[in-house]
Ligand binder design. Structure first.
Ligand code: AN7
Length: 360
């Protein structure tokens, strides 16, 4: 039997990425994530649409950031860098920390104190990053990172590093390959707007290469308290329970507006309640657990299907950017009605619980 070991997205898509044959690849086997067709949600909302979720939470550190980080760290190492730095709402720092560990270099991560999910904090610490909790938000951290990189020998691995978007565009390649064509609509949660930009690059490259005949309309959904694309200007004090997208000064502002215009898509916003409601819907009716920010993509899509902006008969892909396990506090906090009973370790008590809680 010949070996077909999957060795990560750079190796798979090297023809479309800026690497040489002898580039040392820093990989953890990222990419190749499941594209899951939703079976129950279309029926629940009573609409004839084909909805797929791209479960990016199954990447090695639990988010889509691994796609960009394998490229950014591979190039940083190739260029001789000994340290990387990022500001982060949590997922970028987790990915940076892991890929730096893999490469044997140092990661410095700036995170907003008290405003990143527990799992992400655990990752930065466990992977051995130097973790700098700032008394400030992501946008302030990002500004500091840009300034310090002028004065210290560190490579920035936020999505202003162009290699990040190069890696992240591969998610669009995988979707086209799995569906045999581009979808009609592609929905993503938007923070810095790097990922929506990267996906558009990917779709555009496959169109140009003749591997797809169309490109999707790109739709970006923000949290209402952190929605600069809806306000039309930067937001100084962003707030949302979806801490991953608690970002008021998107770094890919112009690029994302171009994506919206070129693709014919749009931006919209969801309240925290809508985001959490969608997170529960997806977990409880499809068995897919994503983090709050990720649910914005599906929540927005469902609303736009219901109101007819996305017509029936459409093929829709929603990116689930991060894994639900990243943020156990927010999950448990909203499951007050979950069936959880404390009972005696007795057969009778277990049997009673079963008979009282059988569905139907
Ligand atoms: C789960 O980790 O910016 O619009 O510092 O973690 O490309 O910024 C995270 C962003 C969506 C938004 N969903 O993506 C960070 C960070 C999740 C995220 C986004 C993020 P972009």
């Amino acid at each position: 039997m010949s070996s077909k070991r999957y060795t990560g997205l750079i190796d798979k898509y090297r023809d479309y990425l800026p690497v040489h044959d002898d580039t040392r690849l820093i990989s953890l086997g990222e990419g190749q994530t499941p594209l899951i067709r939703l079976n129950n949600v279309p029926r629940i909302i009573g609409k004839d649409v084909d909805i797929y979720v791209k479960y990016e939470g199954l990447n090695p550190t639990g988010s889509f950031k691994d796609r960009g980080m394998t490229m950014a760290v591979t190039k940083a190492v190739e260029e001789g860098s000994k340290a990387i730095i990022c500001a982060s709402t949590g997922n970028t720092s987790a990915a940076a920390a892991a890929y730096a560990a893999r490469a044997g270099i140092t990661a410095f991560v700036l995170i907003p104190e008290g405003k990143i999910a527990m799992g992400k904090l655990a990752q930065a610490m466990m992977y051995g990053a130097v973790t700098l909790q700032i008394r400030g938000n992501f946008d302030e951290g990002m500004q500091l990172v840009k300034e310090v990189a002028e004065e210290a020998p560190v490579t920035i691995v936020n999505s202003i590093n162009p290699f990040r978007l190069q890696g992240q565009k591969t998610a669009a390649f995988e979707i086209v390959e799995e569906l045999g064509a581009a979808p009609d609509y592609h929905c993503l949660p938007v923070g810095n707007a790097g990922n929506i930009t990267a996906h558009w690059m990917g779709y555009s490259e496959y169109l140009k290469a003749g591997l797809a005949n169309t490109r999707p309309k790109m739709i970006g959904y923000q949290a209402a308290g952190s929605a600069p694309f809806m306000r039309g200007h930067m937001v100084d004090k962003p707030e949302t329970i979806a801490t991953a997208i608690r970002i008021g000064h998107p770094q890919s502002w112009d690029k994302a507006w171009n994506v919206q215009k070129e693709s014919g898509g749009w931006f919209d916003e969801l309240t925290d309640d809508e985001i959490l409601q969608t997170q529960r819907l997806l977990a409880q009716h499809e068995g897919v657990f994503c983090e709050p920010a990720s649910a914005a993509s599906l929540g927005g899509a469902i609303r736009d299907v219901k109101n007819g902006k996305i017509p029936e008969g459409s093929k829709i892909v929603c990116t689930l950017t991060g894994n639900g396990l990243k943020d156990p506090d927010t999950a448990i906090g909203q499951c007050k009605n979950a069936v959880m009973l404390t009972i005696d370790a007795k057969l009778g008590a277990v049997k009673d619980s079963i008979l009282k809680n059988m569905a139907g």
